[in-house]
Design a protein around this ligand. Structure first.
Ligand code: SF4
Length: 52
């Protein structure tokens, strides 16, 4: 499957994952913070995730 070389991702549980390689297939993704003030990487999420 074609993937976006600019979006590396290892979330293979996502419907948008390439599967054969660790990349996303979307042209762009939406990244959000899950706390009022992001201070660590854990405070961020991919909001474009979709369940398979
Ligand atoms: S939508 Fe987000 S979580 Fe899903 S494959 Fe793309 S970057 Fe990864």
């Amino acid at each position: 499957m074609d993937h976006n070389n600019s979006i590396h991702c290892n979330v293979r549980e996502c419907r948008n994952h390439c599967e054969s390689e660790d990349y996303c297939t979307l042209k762009e993704i939406n990244v959000i913070k899950n706390s009022a003030k992001a201070k660590t990487v854990e405070c961020t999420d991919c909001a474009s995730f979709e369940t398979k």
